[in-house]
Structures are given as C-alpha cells and as structure tokens.
Design a protein around this ligand. Structure first.
Ligand SMILES: C[S@@+](CC[C@H](N)C(=O)[O-])C[C@H]1O[C@@H](n2cnc3c(N)ncnc32)[C@H](O)[C@@H]1O
Length: 256
C-alpha cells in the first residue's frame, strides 16, 4: 500500500518512458512527493541541481507553475551531448520553454547570484559527490545551495540513502559496484541532515520516504540500464530485500 497520495504524477503513466528520461528511483512520483513536502507555491523561482534530462524539472515547472533553472554539468553517456540539451528539448515538448532555463554548470561553482532562489531542489545527484570530492566536497555543495537560496527559501534534498544500520555482510559485494558504489555514495538520514545543518540551513523535516521500496522496485524494472544489466542494481535491490537500501529526504530552510 502507498504511503503518499499521488495526484499530479499519476497523469504520467508510461513508466518505461519516465525511467528513460529520469535517472534514479521514484521518477515523477519522487518529484511530486518532494514538491508537496517543500510546499511549493506557483510563481516561485526554483533551482534544480543535477537535473539530468530534466523531466522532473519540466514536471515541476508545468504542474506547480514554477520558473525553474536546471543545472547539470555532465554529458550524456550514450549520445555524448550535454545533458542540458535534453532539458532544452524536453522543455519545448512539455510546453514550458518560457519558464525553464538550462545551464551546463554544477555545484559548488554555479556563478549564480546569492539569495536568488525561493526553492532549491536536488534529487539523486549530490550523493555521487561523496565519491568524487569526499565529505568536504559534499558539504561545499550544500553551502552553495545555502548561498543561492533566499532567506526564508526552502531546500528539498532527495537521495538514495541507507537505513540507520550497518551494511549487512552478504549485501556488501552487491553494493560495491564500479564507478559510483552505493556502499560509498549512500549515507543515513541522520548524517545527511547533519551535513545540511552544518551548511547553515535549518531542518524543517527529514525522514525516509514511505514509498522508497516501491520507487526502487520501479527503477529496477523500468530503468534502461537496469534492464540492460539485471545482475547489477536490480540484483542489489533483490538481495537487500529492504534491509539497508532506502531513499531519504531533507526539507530545510534558510532562516531570515
Ligand atoms: C542520477 S542523475 C539524477 C537526475 C534527476 N535529478 C533525477 O532524479 O532524475 C544525477 C545528475 O547529477 C548531475 N551532477 C553530477 N555532479 C553534479 C554537480 N557537481 N552539480 C550538479 N549536478 C551534478 C549529473 O550530471 C547527473 O545528471
């Protein structure tokens, strides 16, 4: 049974397409969950950090009436073009090209003006920085979020996380994948919320998403890379069986 009452995301029902255009568990359900937790108000200005192909960006612009700047520094690993080119095309397809701006940049060096966003949103992006730049690099990214957020603004961080327990020994070989091993990317909600506080933001709410298991199962069944390599992430999810892998969220504010 679902723990959250989805409305807007249920209009988009092609899970193969959603997981082709989003990257990570949850897809548009995750975006709606975060939007509700963040209390988005139409007309607000949002920064989406690590937008990838930008389906969540377009969904948030269209369904919640926001102006969104999507940031993504990477190239598409299939076509080699900048991810933000997908966002530009997707914004036209979604009819939100007037309210979406795509920038090929990343945190912590965004060059954006201080105190310029009502909302900063980031899902399934910053945890990878723990591998490339360590805990200090992760903190620098959060400090950049704090810098660009307006006083009174809201930060919504959604990340694959592990539950508050040690990694089960039998799971270890399955979460030690190459390039971005979950074993090193994933943190617990308490440690993640502490890092957000250390960056100068005040926690409004933090927890594990009630539908984390459903989002991971959908990801395993519909993500194109999971379909191609069922022995990698889908196998890890199966072996884990809900013991360690989860998905956490932190809603925080910049106090006035
Ligand atoms: C797994 S995708 C998640 C995309 C999207 N938020 C979603 O949930 O579908 C992570 C994205 O984070 C981006 N990323 C990596 N390092 C980043 C950085 N330093 N700043 C912003 N984005 C970054 C990558 O380019 C990648 O497209």
């Amino acid at each position: 049974m679902s723990g959250f009452n989805y409305e807007k995301s249920l209009k988009y029902s092609d899970l193969d397409l959603i997981y082709e255009q989003c990257s990570g568990p949850g897809g548009l359900k995750l975006a709606e969950f975060m939007a509700v937790k963040m209390g988005l108000v139409p007309g607000g200005r949002m920064l989406d950090v690590g937008c990838n192909r930008g389906w969540q960006t377009c969904f948030l612009a269209k369904e919640f009436g926001l102006n969104v700047v999507g940031l993504d520094p990477w190239l598409d690993r299939i076509s080699g073009e900048p991810m933000v080119e997908h966002l530009r095309r997707n914004a036209e397809e979604w009819g939100v090209e007037q309210s979406v701006l795509a920038l090929g940049l990343g945190v912590p060096e965004t060059k954006l003006a201080s105190s310029s966003f009502d909302y900063v949103y980031s899902t399934t992006a910053l945890e990878m920085i723990r591998i490339t730049d360590g805990p200090t690099g992760y903190l620098d990214c959060l400090k950049e979020v704090e810098r660009v957020l307006k006083p009174g603004g809201i930060f919504g961080l959604g990340e694959p996380m592990h539950l508050e327990r040690d990694l089960p020994a039998d799971l270890e070989p399955y979460v030690n994948q190459t390039e971005y091993p979950w074993k090193e990317c994933f943190q617990s909600i308490s440690r993640t919320a502490s890092a957000v506080e250390e960056a100068g933001l005040a926690i409004v709410e933090a927890g594990y998403a009630p539908d984390a298991d459903q989002w991971w199962r959908e990801y395993a069944a519909h993500d194109p890379f999971c379909k191609e390599k069922p022995e990698e992430d889908p196998k890890a999810i199966e072996v884990d069986g809900g013991r360690w892998v989860s998905f956490g969220y932190v809603i925080a504010t910049k106090e006035t």
